[in-house]
Ligand binder design. Sequence first.
Ligand SMILES: O=C(CO)COP(=O)(O)O
Length: 249
Amino acid sequence: MPRKIAAGNWKMNGTAASLAMLRDLAANLPDAGPDVLICPPAPLLFRAVDAAAGTSILIGAQDCHAAASGAYTGDISAAQIADTGATYVILGHSERREGHNERNRDVRAKIEAAWAAGLAAILCLGESLEDREADNTLDIIAGQLAGSLPNGATPENTVIAYEPIWAIGTGKVPTLAQIVDVHDFLRAELTDRLGATTADDISLLYGGSVKPDNAALIFEARNVDGALVGGASLKVADFAPIIHALAQS
Ligand SMILES: O=C(CO)COP(=O)(O)O
């Protein structure tokens, strides 16, 4: 069985004061619920790890460089992320692919770096509206998965997040059937590559406008093991109900 995971991607939001929500969130988690992960901006990682100490909340980063160290002004390495006590890193988010020109092979190199530093990678994949309308969704997903995921993926070091670009921050959500189509496809592709024993245990998250009022329905979808949540992960009042819906799914 894959682990259920509720992951919050804060993107470029929040300051040190925002970390007060971690204690509040911890106090509002279901018993024996899913793994809960918060990915704040990099300057907050050390403090976030401290703020989450003694709770079950895990901390992750939003990107890393592929190199172990060197002359890369403004970048951070996977080892530096691991040094903060964070255990995950989001890689290949569409906002990185689009805004920073990251190609599949860049994402692949970053995942290799993350693994080498002992971090688990959350690999993000997803089609644009144009791809969706041209009926190219599964081709795009297949290409992203084949190009971005290095050999050696395990349920411990890899989580896959399906995030249709047109659903991110827009309030638009695919139909349950559209989500199931992609998640079934991802499971099948992973099975081809890794064998069923490994593939069946890799958590597949859905991301894109997950909110308290649509979470329960999304978690009914076959092969959806959790969510990667943007805007609704910033407030306990939004994120806690999503986590509870996942726990009950
Ligand atoms: O990009 C996302 C998470 O990585 C989704 O963001 P929203 O939940 O704000 O649509």
